[in-house]
Design a protein around this ligand. Sequence first.
Ligand SMILES: [Zn+2]
Length: 330
Amino acid sequence: MPVSPIVAGVPFDEDGVHHGFLRMPYSRDDSAWGSVLIPITVVRNGEGPTALLTGANHGDEYEGPVALQALAMELKPEEVRGRVIIVPFMNAPAFRAGTRTSPIDRGNLNRSFPGRADGTPTQKIADYFASTLAPMADFVLDFHSGGKTLDFVPFAAAHRLDAKVQEEACIDAMRAFNAPYSMVLLEIDNVGMFDTTVEALGKVFVSTELGGGGTATARSIGIAKKGVRNFLIHAGIHKGDPETAPSIDLDMPDGDCFVFAEHDGLIEPLADLGAPVEKGAEIARVWPVERTGQTPVVYHARRAGLLTARHFPGLVKSGDCLAVTAVVVE
Ligand SMILES: [Zn+2]
């Protein structure tokens, strides 16, 4: 089996705070013996569980990067029992470009797992996380948001798993994160995801969708900062007390939660994020952009629930995810 070319410039088994890089060789026109540097911080204090915290798996999602940059600055070894591995910009080339996928190879990191040690740069990053970092961890938190094309009500998420004991542990950690919404979801497109790889290793895995639109807000960053601390406390790693508030339980049981556009055009939203919608309710019109005097196409919710995600840009293309309705669990 090929060995990963990625080298960690930080020690994983020394106490204290260590800032450094994962260095991936990347020879190219403008840098013959060049590298891609992925910043990493390891905070360790003696024996205990390990948490792996990741942001910018997709390069245009910002709550994770901000919260993890702040945590890497602030977290002190004396606050910790065990180890915290912080990678704010997992797909660093995509993050630096401000794009979902890598500008090097167009790789979508969260569809590239388990990756290849001898593959493209994005596949090499996936392989390193799958084969080196994730196996070290007991708890993994991977921050996501909607990126430039989606916007979400802020939720932490755990997946439905065949392994029920593990599923319960993931749901407990998701609840501990304590986002305003807590989602249990059946993934519709789980092949190649970091989530799937980490879950297959038997780890406790939590992801988030905290906002979107290619930016972050004071509120969404506050949710991320509070959530990551709560997650570490739940893991038995951070010694502080959790900060909790009411959270609304959501469920995405099947594909009827999704509404996909079948036309190109101009979106007129008829419901906003967080709004309750009935099954069959009109949620958006898509107006033609070529001419006036034509009726818009009306899109309907395929199940009752709460409008949980929406297409963010004002123009939509056929095949885009237009909206997501999740079921509110009473
Ligand atoms: Zn994402």
